[in-house]
Design a protein around this ligand. Structure first.
Ligand code: ATP
Ligand code: MG
Length: 332
């Protein structure tokens, strides 16, 4: 089986619909056909200021949601990044072959540092994509399923892998990015030109997996649309309506064209009502299961710890290859 790697930051109490549609849905299917490694990337989460108790809680919550959404810890390796030391160790080596200008071109850094104010952004936030490259390369992953927003980082990962291989000899597997086109990006309901994000300034346009169902329905009902009345997919001129149609289509399994026919002559209120229904029936069981898992944190920690041991075996072997290739002295 080919190896797959993907990760998610524990940067909020809950995952959102974008994480679910852009990442988790693909992961759930792919874990069956691939040797899947999924990582809660807590080292990445501290690139913006964190509260320690909250980070611990959010790490458990993120893992619980993966499992609740169908990631099966008995067939996939689901672990927490900080429990495998090879991640920051490899990141250090990759730092040394990454150009300053190259790292400066990463748009996620530009977005996030701007949000924080350029002066308060950390060096960790700047080198974030290099740690991400280490995450992927440690597992010899060939497939990296992510949302559209991560395309640039995977490109960087490929560049670094190729550069290292050229300079020091074949060491890394060069991964492929895999993005499901129409489902790749979910937009903020209040700002349908911005991606739905855990770190959005306000939460009124973000649909959280663990939110009270009534709150989620309310957010959908107040989603921004446009001054027309026609339910039609048109990303450019009707961003809000198109986002709602995409959400419905992915969760209900019906085509956009089919939905356009159904809502022909109906209003935006009808569309929103229907979207609220499909979202509620999708989120309901996941939310319930996640809350169950969180009621037993010791068991959750045990599952994650066992997976970290498995992950470390793979990661340590890769790191040894790298240390050897760059000329570090072997420890007898
Ligand atoms: P943050 O704002 O803290 O960066 P995030 O919402 O971007 O959080 P991540 O943990 O960075 O979430 O990303 C986890 C996965 O979810 C990635 O594969 C990413 O591509 C995907 N993803 C994130 N937001 C969206 C979105 N709006 N639509 C589709 N996929 C998304
Ligand atoms: Mg992100």
């Amino acid at each position: 089986k080919t190896r797959l790697f993907s990760g998610m930051q524990p940067s909020a109490d809950s995952l959102h619909l974008g994480n679910y549609m852009g990442a988790l849905l693909q992961w759930r299917d792919m874990q069956v056909t691939h040797d899947a490694v999924f990582c809660v990337v807590d080292l990445h989460a501290i690139t913006v200021p964190q509260d320690p108790a909250q980070l611990r809680e959010q790490t458990r919550r993120t893992a619980a949601q993966y499992i609740a959404a169908g990631i099966d810890p008995s067939i996939s390796t689901l672990f927490v990044q900080s429990q495998v030391a090879a991640h920051p160790q490899l990141a250090w080596v990759l730092n040394t072959i990454t150009g300053f200008g190259e790292a400066s071109r990463m748009t996620q850094f530009k977005d996030k540092s701007q949000k924080q104010g350029a002066d308060s952004a950390s060096v960790g936030l700047f080198t974030y994509p290099i740690l991400q490259a280490a995450d992927i390369l440690l597992y010899d992953a060939t497939v990296v399923p992510v949302g559209e927003d991560q395309r640039q980082h995977i490109e960087l990962t490929r560049d670094l892998a190729n550069r290292f291989n050229t300079r020091f000899g074949e060491t890394f597997v060069v991964p492929e990015v895999q993005i499901l086109k129409e489902t790749a990006k979910v937009y903020d309901l209040q700002d349908p030109n911005a991606k739905m994000s855990k770190s959005a300034a306000t939460d009124s346009g973000v649909l959280w997996l663990l939110d009270e169902p009534a709150r989620t329905a309310k957010k959908i009902k107040s989603a921004v649309t446009d001054a027309e009345r026609e339910v039609r997919f048109d990303r450019e001129n009707k961003a809000g309506v198109s986002n709602l149609l995409t959400i419905h289509s992915v969760l209900s399994g019906r085509s956009i064209a089919d939905l356009e026919v159904e809502f022909d002559g109906k209003g935006y209120g009808d569309l929103k009502g229907a979207v609220a229904e499909v979202v509620a029936s999708e989120f309901g069981p996941i939310r319930e299961r996640a809350l169950e898992l969180l009621a037993d944190p010791a068991e959750l920690d045990r599952i994650l710890g066992a997976a970290a041991d498995r992950a470390a075996e793979i990661a340590d072997a890769t790191l040894r290859r790298v240390y050897d290739a760059v000329g570090f002295l072997p420890k007898p």
